[in-house]
Design a binder for this molecule. Structure first.
Ligand code: FES
Length: 84
């Protein structure tokens, strides 16, 4: 099981965390990952303060450089690697 945490803090909300949720839902359906990926919300994980992009963790690791426009591509790759 891969654990994905999506920041629901206000700074990430302003930068487009709702698109992260949408992208995550699409990826789960596209790859049939519903039983393999556990998604939950998280409070601020300090990605915003350190200018590392939107707050997303995969198996506890902060994924840097995520934006509303590249989130789908980055998450797809990170989750595929985590599932290996
Ligand atoms: S509000 Fe999302 S990392 Fe800070």
């Amino acid at each position: 099981m891969v654990n994905v945490e999506i920041c629901i803090g206000s700074a990430c909300y302003v930068k487009g965390s709702s698109q992260v949720v949408t992208a995550m839902k699409e990826l789960l359906q596209k790859h049939n990952w519903e039983d393999k990926v556990n998604v939950k919300g998280s409070f601020c994980m300090k990605a915003c303060q350190e200018k590392k992009g939107l707050g997303i963790k995969v198996n506890g690791k902060l994924i840097e450089g995520v934006t509303a426009s590249n989130v789908s591509e980055i998450l797809e790759k990170e989750i595929a690697v985590a599932l290996l």
